[in-house]
Design a protein around this ligand. Structure first.
Ligand SMILES: Cc1cc2nc3c(=O)[nH]c(=O)nc-3n(C[C@H](O)[C@H](O)[C@H](O)COP(=O)(O)OP(=O)(O)OC[C@H]3O[C@@H](n4cnc5c(N)ncnc54)[C@H](O)[C@@H]3O)c2cc1C
Ligand code: FES
Length: 304
């Protein structure tokens, strides 16, 4: 496992903003790029006193020695990173790769489904299946055409791409589960479906394939703290058993996952998350006032 580099940090060499809330960070880390496998994730600390958050390795380039993370700004840490993590800055800590790599070999035909932000973490799996000789159908779902990203990357590695938007502004009008129905109607010999996205979306995918008993893997995103199986924070229920997503997953058999339990556990710290967000927003606002008076740091680098 790659350890935290406290002296130099981990250099962000490029950043791209896909929308108001979604951005990618390309980080120089040759050892991580060599070690990373599809399906794995890292734990990130953006600064010395920052929260540890898990993020999936959305891409890696062994030649360039980089790994790519795609982040959705949903709360205090991811919004703070949206402000502070620009090209040329460094992440304080990056630990990984963690989690069980996805099993890619031996499949003839697979469907890789990404919903919203889930399009990023499913990418290395789609490419990995292709490299292992499978026929790959990519299904990408977004709310509308303005949120689409990485369609070109999927077109480069998939045999077919089905683009879905909720409002029909690009591709077919419908959810990724409609895309799966299309693929199932056309192909009677699908070995496996892999779906990544919000729990409600993964649950819909699982219910779509259940009647045909097509093996369906989902990547679970419970709250994680250490990411090494020590704290028990990431407990999930799969087939009536308790598993730790960080060391037993994050990929699990979707037909056995208790999604209601996952959703309940994800909401456990809602009050604390809201309070952290409010404290941070207040700090930013106050620093903004200081800037207006001509003193202090720019609000863009504010940290609580
Ligand atoms: C294996 C794994 C891979 C992930 N990959 C990505 C990714 O590639 N890109 C991405 O944008 N997000 C990813 N996430 C989710 C990401 O970790 C959370 O969005 C982030 O931690 C939220 O932190 P916050 O302070 O910004 O928001 P908060 O306001 O603290 O939380 C917002 C919501 O995020 C979830 N969350 C909060 N803290 C954690 C935590 N420590 N671990 C997991 N979930 C948490 C909770 O559901 C919470 O309600 C992944 C989660 C897991 C478990
Ligand atoms: S994150 Fe602590 S046990 Fe999985």
């Amino acid at each position: 496992m790659v350890e935290m580099n406290e002296a130099a940090g981990f250099r962000i060499v490029a950043r791209e903003d896909f929308s108001d809330v979604t951005y990618s960070l390309v980080i120089r880390h040759p050892m991580m790029a060599r070690a990373a496998k599809p399906g794995q994730f890292v734990i990130v600390m953006s600064h010395e006193t920052g929260e540890r958050i898990p993020l999936t390795i959305a891409d890696f380039d062994r030649d360039r020695g980089t790994v790519t993370l795609v982040v959705q700004a949903v709360g205090k840490t991811t919004k703070e990173m949206q402000q502070t993590c620009t090209a040329g800055t460094s992440l304080y800590g990056l630990v990984g790769p963690m989690g069980v790599p996805s099993a890619l070999a031996g499949k003839k035909k697979v469907v890789c489904v990404g919903g919203g932000l889930g399009v990023a973490p499913i990418f290395p799996q789609a490419r990995g299946f292709k490299e292992n000789g499978a026929y790959v159908i990519g299904i990408l779902g977004f709310r509308n055409k303005n949120l689409i990203f990485w369609q070109d990357k999927f077109e480069a590695c998939c045999d077919e791409v089905i683009l879905c938007t909720d409002d029909g502004s690009a591709g077919i009008k419908g959810f990724v589960s409609d895309g799966i129905k299309l693929a199932m109607g056309k192909h009677r010999d699908i070995d496996e479906v892999v779906a990544i996205g919000p729990p409600v979306m993964m649950k819909a995918c699982v219910e779509t394939t259940r009647p045909s008993a097509i093996k369906t893997l989902v990547s679970l995103n419970p709250i994680m703290v250490d990411g090494t199986g020590m704290c028990g924070g990431c407990r999930v229920k799969v087939g009536g058993e308790v598993k730790f997503a960080c060391v037993d997953g994050p990929d699990f058999d979707g037909h056995k996952v208790d999604f209601d339990d996952l959703t309940k556990r994800l909401r456990r710290f809602a009050e604390e998350e809201k309070a952290a967000m409010e404290r941070w927003s207040e700090t930013c606002r106050m620093r903004g006032l200081v800037d207006e008076a001509g003193a202090g740091e720019p609000a863009a680098i504010a940290r609580s």
